[in-house]
Design a binder for this molecule. Structure first.
Ligand code: ADP
Ligand code: MG
Length: 240
């Protein structure tokens, strides 16, 4: 029943988003078309205008990619693998992004077991959470990514020293296209919730004026609990 509900929610979400996406894509198209029309009449286009057009097209592209990663109706391709490995592979990308805006990223880990994970989806989720954390902070801020055990769950925590989120904001996150950023898509957290649902994981926020921590809690199956991290690290991947 739970799986059916999750699927139902996701289908609802995709339906809701289809209407939103038309609107969101039209804005950049209108801008770009306007500038092209102007060029035709006046015969020149300033570098600023070109930059704006590129930004608008990039935003439209980001919306489409994130929408597609939500809308694909493939079941998650979950294989038994270490969560930490996926994060470590992603770290250089997050670090590069952090350095660009004068921030730091730390990855801290207690031994984590293998989980049934869809690598692409988990990568996307961690990236979205990390980017939100970085975007919330001023230069000099630090982002901490942690993995650890908590009773029968494995927790992934992404903690920033950013602006924090008020309760009204927390109520709205995950709603497609809800964004407070000029260049935001408002789809990052919607994708995170969708990925979490597909992994039987729960997402929780803890936020204050000192920053925000997002917790992703993976409930372990009996098989995952039994998996020995030492022996399965180099073993063949399991399927289900
Ligand atoms: P986007 O990042 O494109 O705006 P998201 O779905 O990732 O879309 O986030 C939605 C909104 O939630 C953001 O615009 C921001 O207002 C808020 N938010 C998300 N993560 C954080 C965070 N770590 N700190 C503060 N605000 C956040
Ligand atoms: Mg985001």
């Amino acid at each position: 029943l739970e799986n059916k509900m999750a699927r139902f929610d996701r289908m609802n979400l995709i339906g809701e988003m289809a209407a939103g996406i038309a609107h969101e894509i039209r804005n950049p198209m209108t801008t770009v078309r306007g500038f092209l029309q102007m060029t035709k009449q006046r015969g020149n286009l300033s570098p600023e205008h070109i930059d704006l057009m590129i930004e608008e097209l990039d935003r439209a592209n980001a919306i489409i990619s994130e929408y597609l990663s939500l809308a694909k109706d493939k079941p998650a391709d979950r294989r038994l693998q270490p969560l930490n490995q996926i994060i470590e592979n992603l770290l250089p990308l997050i670090q590069a992004e952090a350095i660009r805006s004068d921030k730091a990223v730390f990855f801290e880990t207690a031994v984590c077991p293998q989980l049934y994970l869809d690598e692409k989806e988990i990568r996307q989720m961690v990236l979205n959470l990390a980017l939100n954390g970085l975007e919330a902070m001023k230069a000099g801020g630090g982002l901490q990514i942690k993995t650890y055990w908590e009773k029968n769950t494995v927790v992934l925590a992404v903690a920033d020293q950013g602006c924090g989120m008020r309760p009204e904001l927390l109520d709205k996150v995950g709603t497609p296209f809800f964004t407070t950023k000029e260049q935001g898509t408002g789809l990052g957290l919607a994708v995170c919730y969708s990925v979490a649902t597909r992994h039987d994981a729960a997402i929780e926020f803890e936020s204050s004026a000192a920053g925000t921590t997002v917790f992703v809690r993976f409930r372990l199956t009996a098989e995952e609990k039994q998996a020995d991290p030492e022996t399965t690290l180099s073993g063949g991947p399991g399927h289900r």
